[in-house]
Design a protein around this ligand. Structure first.
Ligand code: NAD
Length: 295
């Protein structure tokens, strides 16, 4: 199996930057590419800020300069040709993912695994765009990547055993626990969390209680670490909606997206990444007290 020293990350939004941080902290030379240069710049800034915070809290063994020194930015996918393992974290849209995999296939050596961080989509369908679908594997990280312990490793119809094992090995090298999942829509985790977030929105729409009270109920009554609105704001409601639409299409009526959730996405209330979702956030990303929307 190929020794992994350089990791490529494609798409440096919420997840890509978290994965790139984790790879650099874990000692890998980390190549980052995004179709929007401003997203790449923002990712570098956010990673530098996170490195600083983690060092101050005593969570980082290495010097910040050493971690940041392992980060490289690419101006095209072609510059990822020397990478030993590539993780795609672009927008949750099949056409976008297909174009990335088609191009990566021509760029990377045949023994390089092309992993996708899709939250719920079919690995088999994503892999269909690649000339070598056997090297495409699901590698599902959780947000925020540096804090969450799990990576779901998802085997598509054509995923080869060597590629699945390589993905599990890289997951462990990034300090994560892994579980293996045979592909079904939503894997083991997104299926449950999408349903809870959607149900919480139905409850908000029906006036069962306020968003803050529903979050409080789920945290204190059911012992979840975060409420469904807090979590959805963190994940991004646009990403949540993409997942729900896909689960609705593949698993049926029980996943029909709540109309109020759809309205939030149409209004641009996408969550923490844009400063407002169900709650509002200041420039540092801290929640503004009392900012929960009434409905
Ligand atoms: N947000 C979460 O909590 C979460 C958790 C697990 C998995 N995921 C999955 O991770 C992936 C990324 O989600 P996100 O929340 O980081 O989204 P995001 O919108 O924050 O970032 C996506 C990035 O992809 C870039 N991009 C779009 N097209 C591209 C292309 N052709 N080439 C290169 N870059 C391109 C965009 O410019 C953007 O910076 C999705 O598949 C999502 O389902 C998200």
């Amino acid at each position: 199996m190929r020794e992994v020293k350089r990791i490529g990350v494609v798409g440096t939004g919420v997840m890509g930057q978290g994965i790139a941080y984790q790879a650099a902290v874990s000692g890998f030379e980390t190549w980052m590419y995004d179709a929007r240069p401003e997203a790449l710049e923002k990712a570098l800034e956010q990673i530098a800020a996170l490195v600083k915070r983690q060092k101050e809290k005593g969570f980082l063994r290495d010097e910040p300069g050493d971690v940041l020194g392992r980060l490289r930015t690419a101006r095209s996918l072609g510059e990822l040709s020397e990478c030993d393992f590539v993780i795609e974290a672009v927008t949750e849209d099949l056409a976008v993912k297909h174009s990335v995999f088609r191009e990566l296939d021509g760029v990377c050596a045949p023994d390089v695994v092309l992993a996708t961080n899709t939250s719920a989509k079919s690995i088999t369908e994503i892999a269909a765009a690649a000339a070598m679908p056997e090297r495409v594997v699901g590698m599902h990280f959780f947000n925020p990547v540096h804090r969450m312990e799990l990576v779901e490793v998802v085997r598509g119809l054509e995923s080869a055993e060597w590629a699945v094992e390589q993905t599990e090995g890289v997951g462990r090298s990034l300090g994560k626990e892994t579980i293996r999942v045979n592909e079904r829509p939503g894997f083991a985790t997104s299926r449950i969390s999408a349903m809870i977030g959607n149900e919480a929105f139905y409850m908000l729409m029906e006036g069962v209680s306020s968003a803050e009270e529903i979050d409080k109920a789920i945290k204190l009554g059911l012992h979840f670490p975060m409420g469904p609105f807090e979590l959805g704001d963190l994940v991004g409601w646009d990403t949540r909606l993409h997942v729900l639409e896909y689960l609705h299409q593949t698993l049926g009526e029980k996943f029909r997206p709540c109309p109020l959730l759809v309205q939030y996405v149409r209004a641009g209330r996408l969550g923490k990444k844009v400063g407002r979702g169900v709650y509002e956030y200041d420039e540092e990303g801290r929640r503004i007290p009392g900012s929960a929307s009434g409905r």
